[in-house]
Design a protein around this ligand. Structure first.
Ligand SMILES: [Zn+2]
Ligand SMILES: [Zn+2]
Length: 306
């Protein structure tokens, strides 16, 4: 059984789903953010400015920057309600309608009477957005915080800005615990670029779709037809009997992760194919694949449910 991301028709399009412009606290105007991503070979981005009153609740309009080879998805980073540590929620919403109603979120601190994080996440999903739990490690998110975002489609497994700026870029721990709860979640790598430092072009998604068009990309994201990367390319992930077969650009490690402590792996030199027995994961209801190249860059498959 070929993983649905690879079985889906079409081709892979490279995109960054999380970044900021000077419509909120980013350094560059939206045109320059789009120009830089296009120049670096990205097929699309979602500009996700901070949806707070201080910035007049931006859902930044990027339609003027679309052309034959580059497109954009509307989006925002939503902020409302407090996590268990008392800090404000950060929830990524890609594919938001332009008329998504402002929350009562004047600034980057929780206030009385505003929606909770779970409520604004639900409202975004019901409005059509692809909803992601942003940077769990950076946020200091607890497992019960993460569990409460029942509307999430995905978790940020890697946030480049948080990695570069705070060495807290990982989301794999929380994601794996939610998967073991039985939550049907996918994994995205993002930049969260503000262009104030070296915070860009470090993590992206590769979305399989029939064309580089916003509606098709959004549908593919919701269907889980993508993988995430810092560099390596995943070409196929397939379950075949008691094995998982992985085809990829040259890597040094292919690791399969599942419930609890279950993992198995193959190390090698310039590995482009691996056939890994799943004996150690036979009791796991889900598994996922991580490949790591010689430079330490990773790519992550979405989970497969057994
Ligand atoms: Zn954030
Ligand atoms: Zn952000």
């Amino acid at each position: 059984m070929l993983h649905p991301a690879f079985a889906a028709p079409g081709e892979f399009f490279r995109g960054n789903l999380h970044c900021h412009s000077n419509r909120s606290d980013g350094v560059l105007d939206p045109a320059e953010v789009c120009r830089r991503y296009k120049a670096e070979g990205y097929d699309f981005i979602a500009l996700t400015d901070h949806f707070v009153g201080r910035f007049d609740y931006p859902i930044t309009d990027t339609r003027d920057f679309r052309d034959a080879v580059f497109t954009t998805l509307p989006g925002a980073e939503l902020h409302s309600g407090a996590m268990e540590n008392g800090e404000l929620w950060h929830i990524l919403a890609v594919g938001l309608p332009a008329d998504f109603a402002p929350s009562h979120s004047p600034d980057f601190h929780p206030v009385e009477g505003q929606e909770t994080g779970p409520q604004i996440a639900r409202r975004a999903r019901e409005a059509g957005a692809f909803v992601t739990i942003a940077h769990p490690h950076w946020s200091g998110m607890t497992l019960s915080d993460a569990r409460s975002i029942e509307a999430a489609h995905a978790v940020e497994i890697y946030n480049h800005t948080c990695a570069v700026g705070t060495d807290r870029g990982e989301g794999g721990h929380v994601a794996d615990l939610l998967l073991s709860d039985g939550r049907d979640l996918n994994l995205i790598a993002t930049d969260d670029a503000h262009f104030a430092g070296p915070d860009h072009f470090g993590g992206w998604v590769m979305v399989k779709a029939e064309a580089n068009e916003p509606d098709l990309l959004l549908e593919a994201l919701k269907d889980g037809n993508f993988y995430s990367s810092q560099g390596p390319e995943l070409k196929a992930v397939a379950l075949n009997g008691g094995h998982i077969d992985v085809a990829c650009s040259p890597v040094s490690s292919v690791i399969v992760q599942g419930h609890g402590s279950a993992t198995t792996l193959q190390h090698g030199t310039a590995l482009t194919q691996a056939r890994i027995p799943l004996d150690r994961l036979k009791d796991s209801p889900w598994l996922r694949v991580t490949v790591i190249d010689r430079a330490g860059n990773r790519a992550w498959s979405n989970p497969i449910w057994l």
